[in-house]
Design a protein around this ligand. Structure first.
Ligand SMILES: [Zn+2]
Length: 110
């Protein structure tokens, strides 16, 4: 089981948390002035990062608070947890790719 380190409560099982999407998104100050394309991009377009990604999480079955985390999407390992409003910490250098992470190449049979 994955453990998530809530900045307010400490390490808890992942079942107590809900994923909140990409972190550090700023809502437009005047959304009514945006055209449909700009509004749709704000609502639906998110980064699809391969590697370290800043995410928003909520300790839904605990303190109920939101916080941010850095997670490497290639390994599913968390690298940092920090409170909402705090600056994003510098990401550690990503680990070398695993030997079994080579692209899949199907074998051909004669
Ligand atoms: Zn908590």
């Amino acid at each position: 089981m994955l453990l998530i380190d809530c900045p307010y409560c400490g390490k808890r099982p992942e079942l107590e948390f809900t994923y909140g999407g990409q972190a550090h998104l700023a809502r437009p100050s005047r959304p009514s002035e945006l055209d449909d394309q700009a509004w749709a991009e704000f609502l639906y377009m998110r980064a699809n990062t391969k590697g370290v990604y800043a995410e928003r999480w909520r300790h839904a079955r605990g303190c109920g608070r939101f916080f941010n985390a850095l997670r490497d999407t290639t390994t599913d390992h968390f690298q940092a947890f920090y409170k909402t409003g705090e600056a994003q910490p510098a990401a550690p250098v990503p680990a070398a790719p695993l030997a079994h992470a080579a692209p899949f190449a199907p074998k051909r049979t004669p």
